[in-house]
Design a binder for this molecule. Structure first.
Ligand SMILES: Cc1cc2nc3c(=O)[nH]c(=O)nc-3n(C[C@H](O)[C@H](O)[C@H](O)COP(=O)(O)O)c2cc1C
Length: 297
């Protein structure tokens, strides 16, 4: 298969065969991560490999009960790792202040995702499948505790990996034309924007099963592997919230905006607990984050 075909057909896989990912294959995936691009080639990256069934079950709980995290044979937790970089700098007698630098943080965050995406693509090429689980970023404290991450190490993305037992078929996407701007950004009219997303999602219509298959495949696939019915719950919430269009569905039902904004305070606190303090130093005139490598635990 050409790389183009592979990428166009790449889908998130949430149902896995009961088949292990052998060490040799896992080693190749991690090779891909270790050879990914990295800003300044600093590579502030660690990957925690979780194979143990009990720990996978705990991780699944941490990320909100997503069954594929427990059911995939292996979970890879991609971490932004300033702990190792800072210790290295210190042993060389150099100050590294990555935990205080938003710029370093953003670049490192991008590094981690470049590495993760290399793994996604190689996994697909090797006949495996995978799904990102981003909610690990919201449950920072529990994830850090479970994985025993020291200060300066943040779980950025969980990737559940295994051999696909089911592949979603109707995932809607914007087109290349929709995301393209030539030379400069062209602000679209309201109608153009509406048309763009209508083209992607279609209308909700009466057949909610068909709608969920394309717009909420997570609940459909969760129902295939657990007793609890997420689809039934989603249907009830559609009714209760009187959801009539795709934007409402996304921003009132799936990601209620007050809830999303409400995460801020706890997230900033969790980041600080992990040793990331971007404004504190300037505000307090202190030297937060410098010195001990374990600071922030
Ligand atoms: C940043 C990010 C976070 C994601 N988090 C989750 C998640 O928590 N649970 C999940 O089942 N899928 C998650 N996904 C997968 C998306 O749901 C999926 O990419 C999207 O529905 C498009 O489907 P496709 O990957 O099959 O094209 C995430 C993907 C990304 C890029």
């Amino acid at each position: 298969m050409s790389v183009h075909d592979l990428l166009i057909n790449l889908r998130s896989i949430r149902v896995f065969e009961d088949r292990p990912v052998v060490e040799d294959v896992l080693g190749k995936l991690l090779d891909a991560a270790a050879n990914a691009p990295s800003g300044g080639n600093i590579q502030p990256l660690s990957v925690v490999v979780v194979r143990d069934a009990g720990r996978r079950a705990k991780l699944a709980e941490v990320v909100g009960g997503q069954p594929w995290v427990a059911n995939a044979p292996v979970d890879l937790v991609f971490c932004l790792d300033f702990h190792a970089v800072q210790r290295w700098a210190e042993t060389e007698g150099v100050t590294f202040r990555g935990r205080e630098s938003l710029s370093s943080f953003l670049i490192a965050y991008a590094d981690v995702m470049c590495a993760a995406q290399s793994v996604v693509v190689l996994a697909e090429d090797l006949g495996l499948g995978s799904v990102y689980v981003g909610t690990i970023q919201v449950q920072l404290k529990d994830a850090r505790r479970l994985l025993e991450l020291p200060g300066g190490v943040l779980p950025v993305m969980l990737l559940a990996v295994g051999y696909p037992a089911s592949r979603p078929k109707n995932i809607p996407k914007l087109s290349a034309g929709d995301i393209r701007h030539d030379e400069r950004y062209r602000v679209r009219s309201d109608e153009e924007v509406a048309e763009m997303f209508r083209g992607k999602y279609g209308v909700i219509g009466d057949d909610l099963d068909a709608y969920f298959e394309r717009a909420y495949v997570e609940v459909v696939e969760a129902d295939r592997q657990q007793e609890e019915s997420w689809t039934a719950e989603a249907r009830a919430r559609m009714e209760r919230l009187n959801i009539r269009n795709n934007a409402q569905f996304l921003f009132e039902l799936r990601y209620p905006q007050d809830v999303m904004v409400g995460f801020n305070r706890e997230l900033v606190r969790d980041l600080e607990e992990a040793g990331f303090r971007f404004l504190r130093e300037q505000e307090e005139g202190g030297d937060v984050g410098r010195g001990g490598t374990e600071g922030g635990d």
